[in-house]
Design a protein around this ligand. Structure first.
Ligand SMILES: [Zn+2]
Length: 295
């Protein structure tokens, strides 16, 4: 474990502790969420090393990565994700000037497969060895392990990162590399949780999208703008991910109730997910999609 002493966005060492919470899925190790006094970015500290973090992913509860279907909450989540595929594809179709697509953090490859079936030229990057070979076998395409293994320069019309940026250790080095892969008129699509949302404020330390320690960063819209401005890129548009508020509220409600599911947990989780969407302004949804372009 390593203390993070400077802000990952502005490098300032001045900070206050915004929140103390813990891991809820594997163990009860406690982590801080620090808030930079200069740019207000919130980040996790201390952090396990790249080798140590693996144990926190090693669970079949982590549905968004493993694709398992256990329990009602996970089933709801998977159903929602299925309906989300179409809207994700409609988004990339709208913002892209061509059909060359790169999905970073391809996970189980479901989105890549969907896009490929629409006749697009797809590429993927996936760190997990098992997931990567599964996609390669199913889609018959090569998947790179990291952004550095993919050698393309100014090739892609659209690059997607669905709930990936909050996981990456070399934040700025990765963004610089990703930017080089994007055509000058290309679009980078970044989806991340928003800790300024109603459900984040409602659940505080139990908010499931803090997901300590595997979420290294806790973005708000201003942070995304600050970060990409350093690379001469700008946020052109923000879109909500309305299913996420339900899933995150359900899991948060479960954490708040000692990890147990009950009808009460399901009802309150669903209710708070609904309220979160109803109260949200254009940039305060539980999870948001940022459409980013080169200046
Ligand atoms: Zn900062």
């Amino acid at each position: 474990m390593k203390e993070i002493t400077t802000c990952p966005i502005c490098n300032s060492s001045e900070k206050t502790t915004f929140l103390k919470s813990r891991n809820f899925r594997i163990n009860e190790v406690v982590f801080d969420i620090e808030e930079c006094s200069k740019c207000e970015f919130r980040y996790t500290s201390p952090l396990p090393s790249v080798d140590e973090i693996g144990e926190y992913y090693a669970t079949d509860n982590y549905v968004s990565h493993t694709g398992t279907k256990k329990g009602l909450v996970n089933k709801l989540f998977h159903t929602a994700r299925f309906f989300t595929l179409r809207s994700k594809f409609n988004l990339i179709k709208r913002v892209s000037n061509g059909k060359k697509h790169l999905d970073i953090g391809a996970g189980n490859g479901v989105f890549l497969e969907f896009v490929k079936e629409k006749g697009w030229d797809v590429s993927g990057i996936e760190l997990d060895d098992q997931s990567r070979s599964a996609i390669e076998n199913r889609l018959g395409i090569n998947i790179a392990k990291t952004v550095y293994d993919n050698q393309e320069i100014e090739k892609y019309d659209v690059i997607t990162m669905w709930h990936v940026l909050e996981h990456v250790y070399d934040l700025k080095k990765d963004i610089e590399t990703i930017k080089q892969k994007l055509k000058s008129d290309g679009a980078l699509i970044v989806a991340v949780p928003n800790c300024d949302s109603y459900d984040a404020k409602k659940y505080e330390k139990y908010w499931a999208a803090y997901d300590l320690p595997i979420h290294l960063y806790h973005f708000r819209p201003k942070n995304i703008q600050d970060l990409f401005a350093q690379f001469d890129m700008e946020v052109k548009e923000i879109q909500p991910m309305k299913f996420d508020s339900y899933y995150i509220s359900l899991v948060s409600e479960k954490y708040k109730n000692g990890g147990k599911n009950s009808l009460g947990v399901l009802f309150r989780g669903f209710y708070n997910g609904l309220i979160s969407n109803l109260k949200a302004k254009s940039d305060s949804y539980s999870s948001q999609i940022y459409i980013i372009r080169k200046k």
